[in-house]
Write a protein that binds this ligand. Sequence first.
Ligand SMILES: CC(C)(COP(=O)(O)OP(=O)(O)OC[C@H]1O[C@@H](n2cnc3c(N)ncnc32)[C@H](O)[C@@H]1OP(=O)(O)O)[C@@H](O)C(=O)NCCC(=O)NCCS
Length: 192
Amino acid sequence: MTLLPTNSEQVSIRGRRPRDLPTLRRWLTDPQAQWREWDAPYFHAVSTTETMNAYVDQLAVTPPRPDERVIDVGGVCIGMVNRSEEAPAGGGWWDLGILVYDPAHWGRGVGTRALGLWVTATFEETNAHVVTFTTWSGNERMIRAALRLGFREAGRVREARVVGGQRYDSVRLDMLCSDWERANRERHERQA
Ligand SMILES: CC(C)(COP(=O)(O)OP(=O)(O)OC[C@H]1O[C@@H](n2cnc3c(N)ncnc32)[C@H](O)[C@@H]1OP(=O)(O)O)[C@@H](O)C(=O)NCCC(=O)NCCS
């Protein structure tokens, strides 16, 4: 594993390009990829592989969607963000997802930066009043990245997930649009 220095300013989110597909296919369909131990590892690996193969096949024949972008570091696709509206449509609740495929980039600020960009984009582009994401208590990198951005714990179902034979809590975190805007305003005022 090569540890690359990551300047958080190099991180952007953008629409998928055709040249990203080989990278996406390699990471998403690899049954041994480390991200699978962290991103919903309570689902069976075989069904994850099947789902991912079908998903990449579908990506290859469909144009990019605004609800799914790639994370770009220095021109290279290193992960994805996505979002989906919770029912009922128009209710103002969107659930977010994030995945940095390459462990060489973990713990270096990329996820926090990408998640911040994705939250801003979602509040700007949709009717979201509140955004959430759901993870498990063993995924400390995910939880800490979200808390650093100002997300709050919204709910915890105790011992609901089994990973490696051990039980973990299911954890949901939320961010209100008004809180996000206030925090950004305050940050800009401090910088002025
Ligand atoms: C979860 C994920 C998006 C986070 O992105 P990242 O770039 O690794 O996170 P960051 O470096 O921005 O922040 C990580 C935080 O966890 C801390 N951290 C880093 N390594 C850690 C470790 N091994 N254990 C606990 N905390 C750790 C960091 O110090 C930082 O917290 P801080 O800001 O309070 O100091 C990324 O690791 C990832 O995609 N992992 C695999 C897939 C996954 O878990 N997706 C989320 C599914 S809900």
